[in-house]
Design a protein around this ligand. Structure first.
Ligand SMILES: Cc1cc2nc3c(=O)[nH]c(=O)nc-3n(C[C@H](O)[C@H](O)[C@H](O)COP(=O)(O)OP(=O)(O)OC[C@H]3O[C@@H](n4cnc5c(N)ncnc54)[C@H](O)[C@@H]3O)c2cc1C
Length: 657
């Protein structure tokens, strides 16, 4: 096959018919380890029959459609649609009583258990209920064995990296888990590997958007924002000369990338910032910098990875903080300003330390589980956790103070007063697993699940609180992990990561080069490697929350075969000149679908300025009897440190009178 044959690639040419680890089909429905075993547990209340107790239960090795996998969300959607209780059996009460029940086994839920035990003592009994087949929430691990060697990628949460330094609470927890991001990064991350092999960033112009298909090496600085040296200008000229763009677009990109033009003369820095926070970056480019519309097309998806929408839906000021071009000549004062998003305001002031574990922040989740349940994740150091095999059968054992029960969707949480005269209450929690509904009791509950779903679990909440919780529309994303036989094509093309302004997958990256404990990343292009692809489905032109809803609908109706075809097709189109052959080179695919991904962050273009204490996340997270609310949603943003901070706050509320 050569570059000219690419217009209509057959399934065979793409390798769709090849036997690789991916989804298995059974009557058109996905079979994962979790859902296959779930069927066996129907109708039983016997803990030994739980899927997680079966030999070989190991969700991270499951390929195919992960993230919100089949079996994890149908019950929640039934609750939302009002159909669940019409078809469900009456809950069967289990003779189990806990000090604390946590709904949601993400980092916030796991941290809540940790903080509760810290306050209540080692004997505190805690049950964590999680509707997925694995713990960690978004912090999920994709595990592959390529060429007989373990290779890891994050299925969701990518790395320790936040707009603000970790708080004393979150940093303290990191320390207790043995995580020192700065020291680990220094010791384990090989930031220079790809550069030492001559690889750099690339830009892929797809035919549908740009008329001509082309992969180019990008001028240095494109990813980080522009530098001003003449060297950079000459690199930009070289790049633009080859780019399939009109002369007007080339001229205007060169202008905003390399020239110091003040597009808002006569205004102070504060006045400029006030203007830029109320106009989208796209409109800034078109109306203030007065560029050709083709320039906006080139930058359209630069913000997708951060906020889930393109430059039409992001304020120009936020894009300044992210390092997008066009602002050099405005001489804006460093630092944040009023009316910036949480992320942009934070990064404008610096951001946190950074470290990427090979499985992303799944290592943090695994360290938390190790801390909560001895023996569940063997080992004793931050380095050995990466290659440790979790013992899922240890997660929910009778007699253990802390238990994690997977594949269980909580369907109702309510305060039940034990003694109306002294006001001492309990919480009754019902959860569905298989076709059964069980009920357990706790002295208190932390809802560390997605906040917008809480009104369906807790219909007793005040209407104002429910309305506030519904406001928090989460951001949809999809991350694919693709195992390749080798990366010779990337080497030949001199590219390790690719920005794709118009294509289906917005970004494509070779895996991080991190060596930690016994884990070794591939170093030679002859070796198999994992490639990370990301897509943030959205509908440009709509308000951000509407874009997220539209993107979610798209994700929910996209079957695995489409994702797979799009992966193979785009890789071929980008890498064919390097000798890439999807049928030969793709060895495994896992698609992590996150219809409810990042927690919603207020966007100054679309959200009002809330009065003090009236922002939806603050109204929504109010303690309700013995029920407290955590999750990163309850701080209206999406970061690991925030998920931890919110767990700490929620637990603190339960201990306050
Ligand atoms: C693709 C992606 C990449 C990200 N990358 C980063 C990053 O690089 N750095 C960073 O700091 N942050 C990142 N984030 C954000 C970060 O992952 C989250 O902010 C954080 O992990 C949230 O943790 P949480 O426990 O609050 O929520 P979650 O991880 O969402 O956990 C909540 C859990 O509750 C479960 N649940 C929901 N309803 C029920 C129910 N009814 N019954 C039982 N369980 C239920 C959910 O299934 C989920 O497992 C990323 C997020 C996504 C989606």
């Amino acid at each position: 096959m050569n570059a000219k044959d690419l217009r209509s690639l057959s399934d065979q040419q793409l390798g769709m018919d090849r036997e690789i680890p991916r989804r298995d089909f059974l009557n058109g429905a996905a079979m994962t380890i979790g859902s296959a075993l779930l069927a066996n547990s129907i109708g039983t209340n016997n803990r030994s029959d739980e899927p997680q107790n079966h030999a070989g239960y190991n969700p991270p090795v499951t390929s195919g459609l992960r993230g919100s996998h089949a079996g994890s969300f149908e019950i929640a959607h039934g609750l939302r649609d009002g159909t669940f209780w019409k078809n469900a059996p009456a809950p069967r009460a289990l003779a189990e009583k806990y000090d604390l029940i946590v709904v949601g086994g993400g980092i916030s839920g796991l941290a809540a258990a940790h903080f509760y035990r810290e306050r209540a003592g080692a004997k505190a009994s805690i049950l964590i209920l999680e509707n997925h087949d694995d713990f960690g929430g978004h912090a999920k691990r994709n595990e592959f064995h390529l060429g007989g060697k373990l290779q890891l990628l994050n299925g969701g949460t990518m790395l320790i990296d936040s707009p603000t330094p970790y708080s004393a609470v979150a940093a303290g927890l990191m320390k207790r888990l043995g995580i020192d991001p700065v020291a680990l990064d220094k010791k384990c991350t090989d930031h220079a590997l790809y550069r030492s092999l001559g690889l750099g960033s690339g830009v892929f112009f797809d035919r549908e958007t740009f008329g001509v298909e082309r992969l180019l090496r990008s001028p240095r600085g494109l990813e980080e924002g522009s530098a001003e040296s003449p060297e950079t200008e000459s690199r930009w000229k070289e790049f633009l000369a080859q780019a399939p763009l009109t002369d007007a677009v080339r001229r205007d990109i060169l202008r905003i990338e390399t020239q110091n033009v003040d597009y808002l003369p006569g205004l102070s820095s504060a006045e400029k910032k006030a203007r830029l926070c109320r106009i989208s970056y796209k409109d800034f480019l078109l109306q203030i910098a007065k560029v050709d519309p083709g320039v906006a097309t080139f930058y359209q998806t630069r913000t997708n990875g951060e906020w889930g929408v393109g430059i039409d839906g992001e304020p120009a000021l936020d894009c300044w903080a992210l390092g997008l071009p066009g602002f050099q000549g405005l001489k804006l004062d460093p630092g944040s300003a009023p009316h910036m998003s949480y992320t942009a305001a934070g990064y404008a002031r610096g951001g946190s330390d950074r470290f990427h574990f090979p499985d992303g922040n799944a290592s943090i989740a695994r360290l938390l589980v190790r801390d909560l349940i001895p023996g569940a994740v063997p080992g004793n150091s931050v380095e050995d956790v990466v290659t440790a095999s979790a013992n899922y059968a240890r997660l929910d054992t009778p007699g253990s103070a802390i238990r994690i029960r997977l594949n269980c969707s909580v369907v109702r949480v309510r305060n039940v007063a034990l003694d109306a005269t002294n006001g001492v209450g309990e919480v009754e929690v019902a959860y569905a697993t298989g076709k059964d509904v069980f009920q357990v009791r706790g002295s208190a509950c932390v809802l560390a699940c997605w906040n917008m779903a809480i009104p369906y679990l807790c219909p007793d909440l005040p209407e104002k609180q429910k309305e506030a919780l519904h406001y928090l529309v989460k951001v949809p994303l999809v991350y694919a992990s693709v195992g390749l036989r080798n990366w010779k094509a990337f080497r030949k093309l001199g590219i390790s990561n690719i920005y794709c302004p118009g294509a289906y997958w917005n970004a494509v990256n070779l895996n991080w080069a991190v060596n930690i404990g016994e884990y070794r990343s591939p170093r030679s292009p002859e070796e198999p490697i994992l490639v990370h692809l990301s897509r943030t489905p959205c509908k440009p032109g709509l308000p951000a929350r509407e874009q997220h809803k539209a993107g979610r609908m798209e994700l929910l109706v996209t079957p695995f075969e489409i994702f797979e075809r799009k992966i193979r097709d785009q890789l071929v189109h980008m890498l064919i000149e390097g000798g890439f052959d999807a049928a030969r080179d793709v060895e495994a695919i896992t698609v992590n679908r996150w219809p409810h991904g990042y927690g919603y962050e207020y966007n100054p273009l679309f959200d009002p300025d809330w009065a003090e204490g009236e922002a939806p996340h603050m109204v929504g997270r109010k303690r309700f009897g013995q029920i407290a609310i955590a999750n990163s949603d309850s701080a209206a943003t999406a970061y690991t440190d925030v998920a931890i901070d919110q767990a700490h706050r929620a637990v603190g509320e339960l201990f306050s009178s």
